[in-house]
Design a protein around this ligand. Structure first.
Ligand code: ZN
Length: 382
């Protein structure tokens, strides 16, 4: 069955203008001003007046839940495929996070495969906050080689009181193993670094590749909008060829304590001439948003993938000149950070992970995951 989407304003993520798009065999088969088909059975979708975007690639999620800081009572729950689809996320990358003791990579793998079974292109990372990293096969390079949905390690914690207080040499060895496994398996291989609010900031990231042959892009720090100083360090990393990830889930308390809101961080980056194509926006969905005062845990909320669609809508309303950078930060840029070449863009040969959005309301109306309808006219079909 072919699907023809007519007359959409296409963001590839760059603006292409009004286009028709043909889906065949789970992929985008053609994008053109006019596509005419004769004879083949085809479902036609009238997208006049709508925006067509790549599905969001969410660089950091915790689909099995996260947290547990402050005790078992604070563990956060699992996410459902519907949570991602409603937010426009078609390619979530799952990670363990703080807890690799009462949670496991085996459970995460099962969750990732469940999400795949329900139409999403889910991926996963080995490791957790701790070093040495937890793995499925006993070795991070073997994990990359033999576990198809596994595309890197993370989130490995640095500059955080919950980290293993790793050394640069430990981080360098981990990155070297990921790089080797990635090279042998044809994956990029990426080390996602959870950066806490410790004084060290990105110091370890700068030290790890020094005196090595490892490319800077292996190291992908997240939560870099945690404070202004860390953001400046991250923008410097991006200017020198790295990728960095801005966390979209936040709370008024975090902002009060110095966190830079995602739109402010993005605006600052653009104005500071940072290559915005290496800045990404992730939800941290499923993870806990712990609130510490004077070192004591005083509150906890759970992040949702919905923050990504909220951010897109906020940009449309309040910062229209940032909309293109937001779309790229939610789609092509994180796909590039992980080397997912068929994700995060609208082009012939790419996976048909597509969103239709009503630009007047900002509402997501339709979602395609690998060509399969996951949402139709605002109603879920999973
Ligand atoms: Zn984190």
């Amino acid at each position: 069955m072919l699907t023809l989407i007519n007359n959409a304003e296409v963001f590839a993520p760059q603006r292409l203008g009004r286009r028709d798009l043909l889906i065949a065999d789970r992929r985008v088969a053609a994008v053109a001003e006019k596509i005419s088909l004769h004879g083949d059975p085809v479902e036609v979708v009238d997208a006049a007046g709508k925006w067509l975007l790549p599905g969001f690639v969410d660089a950091l999620t915790h689909p099995c839940g996260g947290g547990g800081e402050g005790g078992f009572g604070n563990r956060t729950g699992e996410l459902d495929a519907a949570d991602f689809v409603r937010a426009g996320v078609t390619a979530p990358v799952g990670a363990l996070g703080t807890d690799s003791l009462a949670r496991s990579l085996e459970v995460l793998y099962g969750k990732v495969m469940e999400l795949r079974g329900r139409g999403l292109s889910a991926f996963m990372l080995c490791g957790s906050y701790r070093l040495p990293p937890v793995t499925l096969t006993g070795d991070v390079a073997r994990d990359l080689m033999f576990i198809e949905p596994l595309i890197g390690a993370g989130e490995i914690a640095i500059a955080d009181h919950r980290s293993s207080q790793p050394t640069a040499a430990e981080l360098r060895r981990l990155a070297a193993d990921i790089h080797l496994g990635g090279t042998l398996s044809g994956k990029r291989g990426t080390v996602l670094l959870h950066v806490g609010d410790g004084d060290g900031g990105l110091g370890l990231l700068e030290a790890a590749p020094r005196d090595s042959d490892l490319p800077r892009r292996l190291f992908y720090p997240t939560h870099v909008n945690r404070n202004g100083k860390l953001l400046e360090q991250a923008l410097d990393h991006v200017r020198r060829g790295g990728f960095a990830d801005i966390t979209v889930a936040t709370t008024p308390e975090f902002i009060e304590q110095g966190e830079v809101s995602p739109l402010r961080a993005l605006r600052h980056a653009v104005e500071a001439d940072t290559p915005a194509e290496r800045l990404t926006l992730s939800s941290d969905a499923g993870g806990s948003l712990p609130l510490y005062r004077d070192g004591n845990l005083v509150g906890l909320q759970q992040a949702s993938p919905a923050v990504l669609l909220d951010l897109f809508q906020a940009a449309m309303r309040e910062d229209p000149d940032l909309v293109d950078a937001v779309i790229a930060g939610l789609t092509r840029n994180p796909a590039d950070a992980y080397g997912l070449t068929k994700k995060g863009r609208v082009a012939p040969g790419c996976d048909a992970d597509l969103l239709l959005i009503d630009p007047a309301s900002g509402d997501l109306t339709d979602v395609f995951g690998g060509g399969r309808r996951l949402m139709r006219d605002g109603s879920l079909e999973i």
